[in-house]
Ligand binder design. Sequence first.
Ligand code: IPD
Ligand code: CA
Length: 328
Amino acid sequence: MLENSFLEYSFLVHVNRGLGQGFLVQLSRAAVVFSKGFNENSRMEERRALMRQNSWLEILVQCKNKIQEQIAPLLETLDQPQPDLGIGAGGDPIRKIDLAAENAVVGTLTRRGVSFTLISEESGVRKYGERPQECYVTVDPIDGTTNLMRRVPFYATSIAVSEKPFLKDVYSALVADLFHGVTYTAQKARGSFRDNRRISPSDNVSLEEAVIGVDLNSYKVEKIASRLTRLIKKTRHIRHFGANALELCYVADGTTDAFVDIRGKLRTTDVAAACLIVKEAGAMLTMPDGKPLDVKLDPGQKVEFIAAANAEMHRSILGLVKSGKEKE
Ligand code: IPD
Ligand code: CA
């Protein structure tokens, strides 16, 4: 941008007849030198960004491995009475296993000397290292804790890294299915992967054939049920598995065709990583009114969204789901 505006400026000076030729030649040369330097700088910046993204991916995988190691003994004790550890920053009771997973992430990052601001569903916002504003690490240590506690084999960990505490600024992401040992990752502008293989969403456009996840898990179901009736009537296969980060990854890799959560109850910590995975895979993700989804990353911040495998499927669902303001 800077380069363009400088060249435009130089052009404008050229057309100004009031200036001498020598000055104009010098100015154009300066513009070329400046522009070369700028290109070099921006290439270096790109290289640095790439290196930063690559090393983050390696760190995130290390965090995930540590989580698996730390929670393994606790998975053996799920039938025993669980201690009361209070309520987490996201508003749900904290389990020993949630804390063990969070400690695994924090321990891995601090041991590697990373400065960061943690945004966690359990401990809330905490700063680590000398330059905590350098990056934000948004974590849901265990997404699907109820499934895990009841031995339903569908729960995950979710870690997102961003420059600023906003969803649109997430540049590296990992969601791991902790039961099946499957890892989803994404980097901004570089695609999404499942166990290192590039993934893409389904090209199904028929609601009759589609498998669509809908989260109805809410105490205010009477408020959202009527908004979803038309979608549910048209879709033969409605599902909800109970770990929304993983359900979004299922849209990203074509396992399902869409996932809808319009409850206004889900925290950003649950889906910060999965949102990048969905978008980088090439699927659609917006708010229920079709506007882009961007919210502050904070354990108290809630999100609503419609994720769909492709534009046509997304359009069909948007047309069927009533916005919060529409009357019956
Ligand atoms: C929960 C899961 C669940 C959704 C809940 C979330 P948690 O996450 O994503 O599918 O219905 O609203 O709270 O509490 O297990 O991290
Ligand atoms: Ca959780």
